[in-house]
Ligand binder design. Structure first.
Ligand code: ACO
Length: 332
């Protein structure tokens, strides 16, 4: 019999510092009107001073752990979806392990950009269903504000920083909360969102002129890819779950652009009142955007528990991930 998985706890953390669209006009030739009408973004929370993705991730992880009531020593794995952690190594997951005292866990990071939470859920689900693990902590944390080019107005205005966490455990009551996961990558169009990691060559050889460490994105191509392909991938995952689209209470999409979210809602014919968006407040927080939207919406009453939901994200790679889940009371 398939091992049932419980989504036992969730949490999120964003930096306190807020930058509005109007603030950005001090450093860019842009306007609140342009950014709002093209994206739905009004502001973004960004790290300031020495604040890091690790700090945000630790706080989100502690919240999810507390809600789950699982003993930190019983965590078997920590998976961090962190495209731009504080260090390439040690991994963000190992650093979170150390900070929360999860001494019995094996820890690693994955890179799936904005689809990172769903990819991590897919990996965790496989580990748990095969009996390799009983308790897995997922932390999605990114500080994209540190890797955008703040002179590139077509990209830098889109992003914010944040972290979200999800604690998974084997369900004692037999209810499986992760009904389906569908992951797909389209590496052939990966060049539309690129973040190089150029280092310096050995001083004894010719220096390189590789691109600096800044996100470069062809927004138009990403937009086209997402609005044409994402709905089909979501439908495929819903079909796998055994539920019907009309039976699912909420749609919680990655918060990249309000126009993409609206196009997805229309194509899926999903009740617009039950499509979750908080992009106005947080912008695109990469892998953290789905858990931030989920947790905040439960806290402010927009999502009522218990419920079912579609979580769907897409990002650099290109990666696309969708999960159909059940969310119980008490997890937020
Ligand atoms: N302020 C003012 N003008 C701007 C700005 C700005 N911030 N940015 C671009 N413009 C200008 C451009 O220079 C261009 O001017 P021109 O016509 O004189 O050349 C004009 O606005 C139109 O630019 P476009 O790029 O055509 O604008 P578009 O309508 O395509 O919107 C956007 C751009 C918002 C980026 C959109 O394409 C989009 O949202 N794409 C999807 C991005 C996405 O979802 N990324 C998610 C993945 S992120 C990850 O995985 C890390």
């Amino acid at each position: 019999m398939s091992i049932p998985i419980k989504i036992a706890g969730l949490g999120f953390q964003v930096p306190k510092t807020v930058i509005t669209n109007d603030d950005l006009t001090q450093i860019l030739d842009t306007s609140d009107e342009w950014i709002r009408t093209r994206t739905g973004i009004g502001k973004r929370h960004v790290v300031s001073g020495n604040e890091t993705a690790l700090d945000l991730g630790i706080n989100a992880a502690k919240q999810a752990l507390e809600k789950s009531k699982i003993d930190v020593k019983d965590i078997d794995y920590i998976i961090a979806a962190a495209s731009f952690g504080t260090h390439i190594y040690p991994s963000t997951a190992c650093e979170i392990q150390n900070a929360i005292g999860a001494n019995n866990a094996a820890c690693f990071d994955i890179t799936a950009a904005c689809a990172g939470l769903i990819y991590s859920m897919g990996i965790a689900r496989g580990f748990m269903k095969s009996g390799m693990a009983k308790n897995i902590l997922i932390v999605a944390t990114d500080t994209v504000s540190r890797c955008v080019d703040w002179t590139d107005r077509s990209t830098c205005v889109l992003f914010g920083d944040g972290a979200g966490a999800m604690m998974l455990t084997v369900a004692d009551d037999g209810q499986d909360d992760i009904l389906a996961v569908d992951l797909i990558s389209e590496g052939n169009i990966g060049h539309h969102i690129v973040m190089p990691t150029a280092g310096k060559n050995c001083p004894l050889v010719e220096p390189n002129d590789l691109e600096p460490m800044h996100i470069k994105m062809n927004g138009k191509e990403v937009y086209k890819f997402v609005v044409t392909k994402l709905p089909t991938y979501v439908e495929k995952c819903v079909e796998k779950s055994g539920l019907k689209m009309e039976d699912i209470d909420y749609l919680v999409p990655h918060q990249a652009n309000l126009r993409i979210i609206e196009a997805l809602q229309k194509r899926l014919n999903f009740n617009p009142n039950n499509v979750i968006s908080n992009i106005e407040e947080y912008a695109n927080t990469s892998a953290a955007s789905i858990p931030i939207a989920l947790v905040e919406s439960v806290r402010n009453g927009k999502i009522k528990l218990p419920c079912s939901a579609i979580l769907t994200g897409f990002g650099a790679g290109m990666t696309v991930g969708t999960a159909v889940v059940r969310l119980r009371e008490g997890i937020v």
